[in-house]
Design a protein around this ligand. Structure first.
Ligand code: ATP
Length: 208
């Protein structure tokens, strides 16, 4: 299966990890097939969308049979590159950063935070959840080429300057949890996650 040659729309790609997690659990429980209605109920995506998404992968469910769980599992793990763990560095070991180091995204995921950086002398040289915390001053020296993703949980005011330093390394993606809207060169993908805005948006819709 040559999943990398398949052109998948961005909205569909974003749902892949969700599908993968559910299909993996199904496979572990010994299930051989699943209908789009069952999937829809479990992942809360309507079944028409699921059928359309799956048609991009060449996974065509049969009427009255559903989808073959093993086929889907192989497809998703290849598409999401599950056999390769992507190494992540976290910058800023405050409350949020500490929580991420403890959680470490290792369950159902192919990413692992392997190092962290901070400027606080009380934190430098310690570790959280087995992840060593280094001095930010040594960022360029310590970050190796195998680190492809950086998580930013620093104060907003320093986010851009740290991002600028990261772009000099082999980093390909930044997950920015600061409210700062930072800019990076085109070859780097940046995802902004502003939790305060998310909460405010949810509250806004609840008031409507
Ligand atoms: P959080 O926003 O995660 O809840 P916090 O309120 O505990 O954090 P912040 O002031 O936001 O603390 O700082 C987050 C972390 O970033 C702290 O551990 C702080 O030492 C660290 N930090 C501050 N400035 C820098 C910097 N220039 N580079 C790296 N880390 C920094």
């Amino acid at each position: 299966m040559e999943s990398e040659q398949i052109k998948i729309p961005q909205a569909t790609a974003k749902r892949l990890p969700l599908y993968y997690r559910f299909i993996k659990n199904l496979s572990l429980s010994g299930k051989q097939r699943v209908s789009s209605a069952e999937l829809s109920e479990a992942v809360k995506v309507d079944s028409a969308t699921i059928r359309r998404d799956f048609s991009y992968f060449g996974a065509l469910g049969k009427k009255g049979y559903g989808y073959n769980v093993n086929y889907l599992l192989t497809f998703f793990s290849e598409a999401l590159n599950q056999h390769e763990v992507m190494k992540v560095a976290l910058i800023g070991v405050g409350n949020l950063g500490t929580a991420f180091l403890r959680y470490n995204f290792i369950k159902n995921n192919n990413t692992e935070i392997v190092m962290a950086f901070d400027i606080d002398p009380n934190k430098i040289g310690t570790d959280i959840g087995g992840v060593p915390i280094y001095d930010l001053e040594k960022l360029e020296e310590i970050i190796t080429d195998e680190i492809q993703i950086a998580i930013l949980t620093v104060p907003a005011g320093v986010a851009q300057s740290i991002a600028d330093r990261l772009t000099e390394k082999n980093i390909r993606g930044i997950l920015n949890f600061t409210p700062a809207r930072i800019s990076v060169p085109d070859h780097i993908r940046i995802h902004h996650i502003d939790l305060a805005i998310e909460l405010q948006t949810l509250a806004y819709f609840l008031q409507k």
